[in-house]
Design a protein around this ligand. Structure first.
Ligand SMILES: Nc1ncnc2c1ncn2[C@@H]1O[C@H](COP(=O)(O)OP(=O)(O)OP(=O)(O)O)[C@@H](O)[C@H]1O
Length: 330
C-alpha cells in the first residue's frame, strides 16, 4: 500500500551564517491534501519549500518525501516539482518554447505531460506562441505552474502561486490544484493571502521566526473557546446594539474601523456560545439579521495572535509560543 504521508519532517534546522531560518521544524503532510504554509516575512517559508524541492539541504533533522528519505544531494526528489522565488522562465522564448525546453531536460522515459495540455490547464493556450517577456506577473505565475505540471508531480511545491493573479486567473489556478489533489497528488504552498489559504487548504502550518507555532486542520483554528471579533448588520442597528450590550459574554466595540467609516454595523467580541446567544436574542426581538461575519477570519486571527512581533524594549519575544500548538500524532 502507498504511504499515506507525503512529507514527514522532524527537527529540521537550517541556518545561513548567524541566521536561523528554520529552528527544529516538524512538518507532516498527508497525501492528497493541499497544505498551506503561512508566516510573516522572513519566517522561513521559502527556505522550507526549497528543502522540499531539493534546492538546499537541512543542517540537521530528517526529511522524508513520498516515502523516501531525502539525502545530502541537491536534486528534486522523485515525483516533486514546483518553484520558489517565482518561476524561472526565458523571457525571449514563447510560452510553448519555454515548456519545450524544460520537457527536453526530462530524462528519457520520464513521465511528461503534453505541452498543449498543460497550457490549456492553466488557461494560457491562447498565448502559447507569445514571448514571455510580454507576459504579466500573473501570466508568468501560471506558466510556472504549467512547467511544474509537465512532470505530472505527485507533490507540487509552490511559493506564493497566487502572486499577481486576477480573480479569473486565481479561479483557474485553484481549479488546477483541486483537480491535482482529487487525482491523489499533494500540494504544499505558501501564501500571504489568508482568503486563498482558507479557500484551498484543509491544513496549515504557521511559522514564526523559523519555528512552527501551529500545524493542523484549519477548523482547529476556529476553536469554540477562542474569542473573535464579529460584525453584524441588522434591520435595526440601534436595537441590536442594545441587545448586544445586555448579552453576557458579548463586548460591543465602539471605536472599530467599520463604525468609524459610518457603516451601519455592530462590531463585537465574543466566544461562539455568546455569539449564538446574541443571535437568538436579536431574532427574538424581531430584528432581521442581514450579515454576520468575523472581522478577520479565524486563520488571520490565529496568524496575528501567534506571530505578533515583540514590542519595543520587550526582552522575551512574545511570538515564542508558550505551548507549541502542533497537532499531536500528525
Ligand atoms: N540564501 C540566504 N542567505 C542568507 N540568508 C537567507 C537566505 N535565504 C533566506 N535567508 C534568511 O532566512 C530567513 C528566512 O527566509 P525565508 O525567505 O525562508 O522567509 P519567508 O518566510 O519565505 O519570507 P517572505 O514571506 O518574505 O518570502 C530570513 O531571515 C532570510 O533573510
Amino acid at each position: 500500500m502507498e504511504n499515506a504521508v507525503a512529507v514527514r519532517g522532524l527537527g529540521i534546522t537550517k541556518t545561513f551564517g548567524d541566521i536561523v531560518a528554520l529552528d527544529q521544524v516538524d512538518l507532516n503532510v498527508a497525501r492528497g491534501r493541499i497544505h498551506g504554509l503561512v508566516g510573516p516575512n522572513g519566517a522561513g517559508k521559502t527556505t522550507l519549500l526549497g528543502l522540499l524541492l531539493g534546492l538546499a539541504v537541512a543542517d540537521s533533522g530528517s526529511l522524508e518525501i513520498l516515502g523516501d528519505p531525502v539525502g545530502r544531494t541537491l536534486a528534486a526528489p522523485d515525483g516533486v516539482s514546483g518553484f520558489v522565488d517565482g518561476p524561472g522562465l526565458y523571457p525571449t522564448l514563447t510560452a510553448k518554447q519555454n515548456l519545450a525546453a524544460l520537457a527536453g531536460l526530462r530524462p528519457r522515459g520520464a513521465r511528461t505531460a503534453g505541452i498543449g495540455e498543460v497550457l490549456e490547464e492553466v488557461g494560457l493556450a491562447m498565448v502559447a506562441d507569445d514571448k514571455v517577456r510580454g507576459f504579466s506577473l500573473g501570466m508568468r505565475q501560471r506558466l510556472g505552474l504549467a512547467a511544474a505540471l509537465l512532470t505530472r508531480p505527485r507533490l507540487l511545491v509552490l511559493d506564493e502561486p497566487a502572486n499577481g493573479l486576477d480573480p479569473s486567473g486565481k479561479k483557474q489556478v485553484h481549479g488546477v490544484l483541486n483537480r491535482l489533489v482529487a487525482d491523489g497528488a499533494t500540494v504544499i504552498l505558501s501564501s500571504h493571502r489568508m482568503d486563498d489559504l482558507e479557500a484551498l487548504c484543509s491544513e496549515v502550518t504557521i511559522l514564526a521566526t523559523g519555528r512552527v507555532v501551529f500545524s493542523g486542520p484549519l477548523n482547529k483554528l476556529s476553536a469554540e473557546d477562542r474569542e473573535l471579533d464579529y460584525r453584524l448588520r441588522t434591520s435595526d442597528p440601534e436595537a441590536a446594539r442594545k441587545v448586544a450590550r445586555e448579552t453576557p459574554g458579548v463586548e460591543v466595540i465602539e471605536g472599530s474601523d467599520a463604525v468609524a467609516r459610518g457603516d451601519d454595523l455592530l462590531v463585537f467580541r465574543a466566544q461562539v456560545a455568546a455569539l449564538d446567544a446574541l443571535i437568538a436574542r436579536v431574532v427574538r426581538a424581531d430584528i432581521a439579521v442581514r450579515e454576520l461575519a468575523p472581522v478577520v477570519s479565524p486563520l488571520e486571527a490565529a496568524f496575528l495572535a501567534l506571530t505578533e512581533q515583540p514590542a519595543e524594549g520587550q526582552s522575551e519575544p512574545s511570538h515564542r509560543p508558550k505551548h507549541n500548538l502542533q497537532e499531536a500524532g500528525r
